[in-house]
Write a protein of this length. Structure first.
Length: 525
């Protein structure tokens, strides 16, 4: 655990002192130059205090890899593999003298880092040699290590952990305490608060609910809850925790506006008797924006006897992500809702049964996002009977096309029917003001209208309107042909040349014809 507060250092030093009391003591004599000590478990190493005058000498202890390197003015003592062998379980210790004659036990979790990456675990001296280790370091003249720490002066450019040291009050067997409590009290720690969130995807109303966020922390502790989002923070406080889940005062509209939509992180820290817990965390996503329906017609027509598999309407709504249907759940309500089915994740609407009569149904489509925001879209579905077109002659001459019986239309009784003839990029329109419900004749096309349309395929479309409801289009067609056949250009005078073989036969035919004429004359006489 990274040590960050003076209270934590006090607790850890008291613990280390108790461990030191149970270890075998080994005094390290100081010699000039560099000396190495092979660290062993079960031993507490102490530098010979007789060699020190804290008012004249300086000392810095650094973590170099797994080694502990203690540098004095003329000596360097390296405790080989100290941080690996002794570790966090304090199976062995190095105790260094303090300026007031006590001892400081070197622990792995208390350090600060110089800008060159060196980890300093302890130092003291009138002119601290930390300043020589980093150009960013400054102890401001005669300030001691304790003065620097207690005044919270930054020693290095980048501090990864603040080391706070507490001196023992004399000798190797004594252990000092800054608050006078016994060792058991100083070892007290606070449990991490538990943050509970009711809705991980919350609307504005849900986020404002007093039951939305609860925090369980140690009885009697003061809990600070910080909400963070979009670079902004909102802070709430529970002055005295009950030990159970306490409600956090509801976020206001202004506070929610400050944080904004999106992921909101929650951090809860409890403090009691000067001891701070680690942070309990949680989060929720605030979504105050309702889905938006795409712009599409809300008045829908469908024909009677349409198969039930036919899509009547395809609702499309988008949420904050901007993708249609993503994260949206669709449902329907309204007077006629029981006639319809809707696919929850696509918004496709169909009839449950085939509709066999002309009528209008009204429903409301509901689009709900993951947070619970809702949008409504009202639609009307008109079940209509599209007109039926009957053509007498599908291939017509001009005269047939002008016949009043050529085109008849059957449409809903009382509806106004508009019939559109289209050909060659031109149109002609006819109207039946009030359909009889049977096949009504369409007024005959005139010669001018036929000339407008021209020869070729003529398409017909008929749309009926009644009570503001427009049917789908009935269709038909015929081909107009006003041009008579044209003979090829060839000779119309034929000369016959008789061959010798045919000539006697021709003469015989001629003679018989003359004889027949003479007999006809005799019979008349």
């Amino acid at each position: 655990m990274q040590i960050k507060t003076q209270k934590q250092i006090t607790i850890l030093q008291n613990k280390a002192q108790k461990v030191a009391d149970q270890l075998n003591e080994e005094v390290v004599a100081i010699a000039k130059g560099i000396q190495h000590i092979q660290t062993q478990t079960g031993v507490v190493y102490q530098l010979n205090a007789e060699n020190f005058d804290a008012k004249k000498l300086t000392l810095i202890a650094k973590k170099i890899g797994d080694d502990l390197e203690v540098t004095l003015e003329e000596s360097v003592v390296v405790f080989d593999n100290y941080f690996n062998v002794c570790g966090t379980d304090l199976s062995c210790l190095v105790s260094l003298p303090t300026e007031d004659g006590g001892l400081y036990h070197i622990v792995a979790d208390a350090f600060f880092t110089l800008e060159d990456g060196t980890q300093v675990v302890y130092f003291y001296g009138e002119q601290s040699i930390v300043a020589t280790e980093s150009s960013a370091a400054s102890t401001k003249g005669n300030q001691s290590f304790f003065d620097v720490i207690n005044s919270n002066i930054e020693i290095v450019a980048i501090v990864t952990a603040v080391a706070v040291v507490v001196a023992s009050s004399g000798g190797s067997g004594g252990s000092g305490s800054d608050d006078g409590d016994d060792g058991d009290d100083d070892n007290k720690t606070l449990e991490q608060p538990i943050v509970q969130v009711a809705e991980v995807n919350a609307t504005e109303n849900e986020a404002k609910d007093e039951n939305h966020i609860t925090v369980k922390a140690e009885l009697g502790s003061k809990v600070t809850i910080t909400f963070s989002a979009n670079g902004k923070t909102v802070t709430k406080v529970i002055e005295s925790a009950s030990g159970n889940h306490d409600k956090v005062s509801a976020l206001t509209v202004d506070e929610l506006n400050t944080l904004g939509d999106g992921l909101i992180s929650i951090s809860a820290v409890a403090v009691k008797d000067g001891v701070a817990s680690s942070a309990g965390t949680g989060s929720f996503t605030l979504d105050t924006v309702a889905p938006i329906f795409d712009q599409q017609p809300t008045a829908i027509n469908t024909d009677i006897n349409t198969p039930i598999t036919t899509t009547i309407y395809d609702a499309q709504a988008t949420d904050q992500n901007g993708n249609a249907d993503e994260g949206i759940t669709y449902s329907i309500k309204g007077t006629n809702a029981n006639k319809f089915e809707i696919t929850a994740n696509t918004g496709v609407v169909t009839y449950k049964t085939m509709q066999t009569s002309v009528h209008i149904d009204a429903i409301t489509i509901v689009a709900t996002d993951v947070a619970g925001n809702e949008s409504l879209q009202n639609i009307t579905v008109a079940v209509v009977n599209k007109p039926t077109i009957q053509v007498a002659e599908v291939n017509t001459t001009e005269n047939e096309a002008q016949d009043e019986n050529q085109i008849t239309i059957k449409a809903e009784a009382g509806s106004k029917v508009t019939i559109t003839f289209s050909a060659n990029g031109k149109t002609v329109i006819k109207v039946i003001e009030s359909a009889s419900g049977n096949h009504d004749k369409v007024s005959a096309l005139t010669i001018d209208e036929l000339n407008t349309l021209g020869d070729g395929l003529i398409s017909i479309s008929a749309v009926a309107v009644k009570d503001g409801v427009t049917s789908s289009a009935g269709t038909g067609s015929f081909t107009l042909d006003t041009v008579a056949p044209i003979f090829d250009q060839q000779s119309t005078a034929i000369n016959m040349i008789l061959t010798p073989l045919l000539q006697p036969l021709f003469m015989m035919h001629k003679q018989l014809t003359r004889m027949a004429m003479q007999m006809k004359v005799l019979l008349i006489v």
